[in-house]
Design a protein around this ligand. Structure first.
Ligand code: BV8
Length: 252
């Protein structure tokens, strides 16, 4: 690792250890090293299917079976994936400093890696919502493209996912904005920063005088510090630097 990247990791660790209220925002790049394709990369998920055909309420109304087949294909892939070194390092950082996590990812891997205090703003691929009674239930299987509600037994289930053109869950959004109001350091990890409202969070923090640090091999956010690399490469040394800085802070 070149020493300018090492220096920037050290600088980022000092900022994070001294921050009052840090928030991490993660995107699909976080799970790339777990073998889950991102959306807009070369092997991106959107390549085969376009978002408008699948990740919209209109698509589901028009052809719910096709949408379920797409989600079931993704669920099968995700069910076989494991958190990577980046997920585990981030969960450990959350044990050392007050780091709150907002994820755009629906793959549950942050939860599997032990992250707490997480807001899944685009939902979770292993949850399904009844169109009839609104009940949200866990649906881990991926063999049924016309699942019915296990509570009212008659309603069709849809993925408990936020599609394009749909409002985010208002409770989640309220929590996000409360966090952003207090946030003095944001760590943006593995997102192309193209999807709103998440794409606007870093500039909200900057507008409040906060510091933005980005981890991405192809940086996309307006960040003060850019750690140019993958989350699996950067987060473990960032964890070590945070542990070092935290210890020396406690012993001085
Ligand atoms: C809403 C479904 C109110 C779940 C998703 C304001 C301006 C312009 C447009 C809008 C706006 N407000 C609303 C919109 C419309 C729309 C939008 O933002 N459109 C974009 C495309 C312009 N937003 C909405 O509709 C949102 N709703 O705001 O409601 C409203 C509604 C309508 C009109 C006005 C207001 C709902 C957004 C949620 C959509 N659902 N997915 C699913 O099936 O998964 S979004 C989809 O993109 C995923 O959920 C994903 O999380 C999200 C963001 O993608 P990324 O995570 O960034 O992934 P991507 O592939 O793009 O990038 C990967 C990055 O990782 C790259 O930078 C790469 O370099 C990096 N990387 C690669 N490998 C690694 C790595 N990084 C680190 N390590 C690695 N190893």
């Amino acid at each position: 690792m070149d020493n300018s990247l090492e220096q920037k990791i050290e600088q980022s660790a000092q900022i994070l250890v001294n921050s009052r209220f840090a928030v991490a925002l993660s995107g699909a790049g976080m799970s790339a090293e777990s073998g889950i394709p991102t959306f807009r990369g070369n092997e991106g998920l959107w390549k085969e299917f376009s978002a408008k055909e699948l990740a919209t309420p209109e698509a589901f109304l028009k052809n719910s079976k096709l949408v379920w087949q797409w989600y079931n294909m993704r669920k099968e892939k995700i069910s076989k994936a494991k958190p990577n070194a980046g997920h585990y390092a981030l969960a450990k950082i959350q044990e050392i400093i007050p780091l709150h996590l907002i994820t755009q990812n629906v793959d549950n891997l942050h939860n599997d890696a032990g992250s707490k205090n997480t807001i899944e703003i685009h939902g979770n691929i292993f949850l399904a919502r009844c169109l009839q009674c609104g009940h949200v239930s866990e649906l881990k299987s991926y063999d049924n493209d016309e699942p019915l509600c296990p509570v009212c037994f008659e309603g069709k289930l849809r993925p408990h996912i936020v599609w394009f053109g749909e409002q985010l869950d208002q409770k989640n959004l309220q929590r996000v904005f409360t966090w952003l109001d207090s946030c003095d350091t944001m760590l943006v990890i593995g997102t192309s920063s193209q999807v709103y409202p998440a794409a606007g969070f870093a500039s909200d923090v900057q507008a409040n005088g906060g510091t933005v640090i980005e981890i991405n091999p192809q940086p996309a956010a307006q960040a003060h510090i850019t750690l140019n690399g993958t989350s699996g490469e950067i987060l473990p040394p960032l964890l070590k630097a945070i542990e070092r800085n935290k210890n020396s802070l406690e012993h001085n």
